[in-house]
Design a protein around this ligand. Structure first.
Ligand SMILES: Nc1nc2c(c(=O)[nH]1)N[C@H]1C(S)=C(S)[C@@H](COP(=O)(O)OP(=O)(O)OC[C@H]3O[C@@H](n4cnc5c(=O)[nH]c(N)nc54)[C@H](O)[C@@H]3O)O[C@H]1N2
Ligand SMILES: Nc1nc2c(c(=O)[nH]1)N[C@H]1C(S)=C(S)[C@@H](COP(=O)(O)OP(=O)(O)OC[C@H]3O[C@@H](n4cnc5c(=O)[nH]c(N)nc54)[C@H](O)[C@@H]3O)O[C@H]1N2
Ligand SMILES: [Mo]
Length: 766
């Protein structure tokens, strides 16, 4: 490692920012949310842009919110703007009035920039011109686009094998840019396309593909409205998918019940006040959760097993009409073996592991016993575990037992993260592409796509660490801070010959760099995109498989910005020289990319025509229609093992979660309003009895350390806060605690880092 690299701060600074703690709230949204959103808009945006954007966000013919992937209503969109507090924060962050110019980089060295907190980095403004960090230099300096592309091309073409290059994607990239990007990467010769999905819903994709034949959820927004019971597991929609709450509210108004399974009583799941409904504002909102189950971290398999055991017992006692035997007979495989394993469970061991009482399990069983319209919604609380794939398979088992899939008001609902993470995967951003897809690329584009599977995020980090990958290219995202084991990942990136980031905003991955580094500034979702003098639009797929157009509405912050599509095309031209692909034609008219997508990817017939219709179109979804595209043609029951939970003396299980004021590694502000934590992110939420046993008081400063396979990792200076969380469980924020997540602790099969279950010890700081 060079001398200059040593001093670079690879993690946010350990300084405190002035904590105020009031304890958790029991209601969400309402007036405080409107005030918070408006505050962000007026502080960071030009007034004209703020109005333009809030009227066009998630409207038919407008742009797709760059925040989460929750779908928009097919009809009946609110005239006030289909927005939420955190959507407004996302656009306020992207459409900042402040511009970050080359003078900033001339004034501050890379090392000095690394001293900034993530919050401060984000507030430096939108990136405005391409910047280059020469080998051994202390400061980034401007570079022309042409030189930047030539430099990347030279480094890529120098590699002994294309497999020594890695091409990461974060989930904001549009369908058009993602398609062209994977086409370039495969024409260049590798399937090394790690993406944020590897750290997110990969466990869902793997489990759902194996069991119901499609790696996506099966429900629509209408289904949520019609469900009789919604089970919301491992998800905090009040913060991360606020618009989901209006759908849940509709479900409740229609008579639906909600069971919430979460170690924390998240405010958004308790009460909700629709900010656009004067009646709800006056009546203090609606109760969301009917049955709250404060589960221990990773107690979900144990809980589901106990629940299915109860259901089976009740079915026997009540004459056998609670379990849907007709559905099981006609549409599934493996029931006998599965139910035998459920009959064998050690019920008491399950109760101990999930931390719930038998009565709570029975109450849940009673709530679903006579219902068929059941939907399970889930997010990172289920996927980011070593047994993440099993968690979701167990969810599927429950739904299959009840015949609750492939019919209205029932099914699977993995709630996606980034606004186009699902679309990127549909477009082929995947390290393990299917043969049919590659065959089609060959047929349509005349390339010879590589057949060997590439590297997902965790193996990609290892390859860089071991010197087996030398060029790292990122289409968006903040790889260093989003990935586990921050120190290890930093060493990996610093091992590269070249790191390149296509970005809208400055982040820590720009200052923890390879020998040479480039920052390529691009247009964001909200910016107008002109190619050949004509305005272009892009498209995205939301969490429920609807493809819709998205068109930016404001002038970009600088005339030097290129669109992601244009960047890929220019890079391809520079790298591939004579290519069978007409990159220029694609970049100058995005309709041409959509024509190619239509030829290669099933479900996109008449793409250009249908995407221009208000509201877009649904992609085909077998599971939704009750058709299971598995090897056997039936949905598969699976027998899942109860995980082993052995905590050593003095050990705790830590989950790393999002605060209310962040979008992944982008820190909008320092408050976590619903949890009553203000002006501080370096906190650890702990059960009061655990605090007493350790002799801790509120406000004590502690250091955290994790031990995994003989390696100790540490993160220092966190403030202890008493919180209603099960015993031996604690919570910290991502990314401050990422250095504790071991690189080797990931889900079997999906390789998703286990960032919701890190075994740690807690010591008072000296
Ligand atoms: N405003 C905003 N919106 C976002 C994001 C953001 O950062 N900010 N991120 C986007 C992205 S990429 C994603 S993936 C989603 C993330 O959305 P979420 O998954 O809701 O985000 P997390 O904060 O990781 O919350 C996980 C929840 O799971 C619970 N949990 C943790 N461990 C367990 C467990 O073992 N069992 C159970 N049952 N529950 C558990 C936690 O208490 C927490 O409530 O949100 C997307 N939307
Ligand atoms: N410990 C822990 N780690 C986690 C998680 C966790 O729960 N706990 N969650 C994981 C999950 S679910 C995810 S999805 C990942 C997220 O990982 P990433 O997607 O890599 O991270 P983000 O923070 O979303 O990326 C933010 C950066 O994207 C860039 N950006 C924003 N908009 C655009 C755009 O339109 N185009 C381009 N090119 N760039 C843009 C900006 O420069 C910004 O700094 O993190 C994972 N890491
Ligand atoms: Mo995510």
């Amino acid at each position: 490692m060079s001398e200059s690299n040593k001093k670079i701060k690879v993690q946010p600074p350990e300084e405190f920012t002035g904590l105020k703690f009031t304890g958790p709230k029991n209601t969400s949204v309402g007036k405080a949310a409107i005030a918070s959103a408006m505050g962000q808009m007026t502080k960071y945006m030009k007034p004209g842009n703020a109005i333009k954007l809030s009227l066009k966000m998630n409207q038919k013919g407008g742009f797709d919110c760059p925040g989460c992937a929750w779908p928009d209503p097919d009809d009946d969109r609110s005239s006030l703007g289909e927005y939420c507090e955190n959507g407004i924060k996302a656009i306020a962050e992207e459409a900042q009035k402040k511009a970050l110019t080359s003078e900033f980089f001339a004034k501050y060295s890379v090392q000095e920039i690394s001293e900034l907190s993530d919050f401060e980095m984000g507030k430096t403004g939108r990136l405005t011109e391409p910047m280059f960090l020469e080998e051994g230099a202390t400061n980034y300096k401007p570079i022309s686009w042409t030189e930047a592309f030539q430099l990347i091309a030279k480094e890529l073409n120098k590699l002994p094998s294309p497999d020594e290059a890695l091409f990461y994607t974060s989930g904001r990239t549009s369908n058009e840019a993602a398609y062209l990007y994977q086409l370039f990467v495969r024409a260049y010769g590798t399937n090394n396309l790690p993406d944020c999905s590897n750290m997110c819903h990969e466990s869902s994709g793997v489990a759902l593909s194996e069991t119901v034949g499609i790696g996506k959820g099966s429900v629509t927004l209408q289904d949520i409205h019609q469900a009789e019971v919604l089970i919301i597991m491992g998800q905090n929609p009040g913060t991360n998918h606020p618009r989901m709450l209006s759908a849940v509210e509709k479900c409740k108004v229609n008579g639906g019940k909600v069971i919430t399974v979460n170690p924390l009583p998240e405010a958004g799941l308790m009460r909700y006040t629709d900010p656009q409904s004067p009646k709800r504002m006056l009546t203090n909102g609606i109760q969301i959760t009917d049955l709250f189950l404060p589960i221990k971290i990773n107690g979900d398999v144990a809980f589901l097993k106990a629940l299915m055991y109860e259901l089976h017992q009740m079915d026997i006692a009540q004459g056998g009409d609670l379990i849907d035997y007709d559905f099981i007979e006609q549409h599934t495989n493996g029931y006998e073996e599965f139910i035998w394993s459920i009959k064998q469970i050690d019920y008491m061991a399950c109760l101990r592991q999930c931390g719930l009482e038998a009565k709570q399990i029975r109450d849940a069983a009673k709530m679903i016993a006579r219902k068929q319209k059941i939907i399970v919604c889930w997010a990172m609380g289920l996927t980011q575990h070593e047994n993440g794939v099993d968690n979701i398979k167990e969810v599927v088992n429950l739904l299959l037992m009840k015949g609750a899939i492939g019919k209205p008001g029932a099914g699977t609902c993995p709630v996606r993260g980034h606004s186009n993470v699902q679309g990127d995967r549909t477009m082929g951003i995947w390290e393990a592409p299917k043969k049919d897809f590659l065959d089609k690329l060959k047929e349509v584009h005349g390339i010879k796509p590589p057949r060997k599977h590439g590297l997902a995020v965790v193996p990609a980090i290892k390859a860089m660490h071991e010197g087996k990958a030398k060029v790292f290219f990122a289409m968006g995202g903040n790889f260093l801070s989003a990935t586990p084991d921050t120190e290890y990942t930093a060493e990996a990136l610093q091992n590269c010959d070249l790191t390149v980031h296509v970005s809208t905003k400055l982040n820590r991955s720009h200052v923890v760099h390879g020998k040479q580094a480039l920052i390529l500034p691009c247009l964001g979702r909200t910016d107008k995109d002109l190619q050949d003098g004509k305005e272009q639009f892009v498209s995205c797929e939301n969490s429920m498989g609807v493809v819709q157009s998205s068109q930016g509405v404001i002038n970009p912050p600088s005339k030097h910005l290129l669109s992601e599509v244009r960047i890929v095309a220019e890079l391809a031209k520079a790298t591939l020289g004579n290519s069978t692909i007409d990159w220029e034609s694609y970049a100058s008219n995005y309709d041409h990319i959509r024509e190619a997508i239509e030829q290669v990817i099933p479900g996109f017939d008449q793409y250009n025509e249908r995407v221009r219709k208000p509201g877009g179109f649904y992609l085909p979804n077998g599971a939704r229609d009750g058709k299971f595209n598995t090897a056997s043609g039936k949905a598969e029951f699976t027998v899942v093992k109860l995980p082993k939970h052995e905590l050593a003396q003095d050990e705790f299980v830590m989950m790393t979660i999002r605060s209310h004021d962040q979008f992944n590694t982008t820190i909008y502000g320092l408050n976590d309003r619903y949890r009553g934590v203000y002006n501080e992110r370096r906190v650890v939420l702990m059960n009061e009895s655990d605090m007493a046993a350790k002799g801790f008081k509120e406000g004590d400063v502690v250091n955290l350390s994790s031990y995994y396979k003989g390696v100790e990792r540490s993160a220092n200076r966190f403030i202890v806060l008493p919180y209603p969380i099960p015993r031996t469980n604690v919570a910290t924020y991502f990314p401050e605690a990422n250095s504790l997540v071991p690189i080797d602790s990931f889900a079997k099969k999906s390789m998703t880092p286990a960032s919701k279950m890190v075994r740690i010890k807690i010591h008072k700081a000296g």
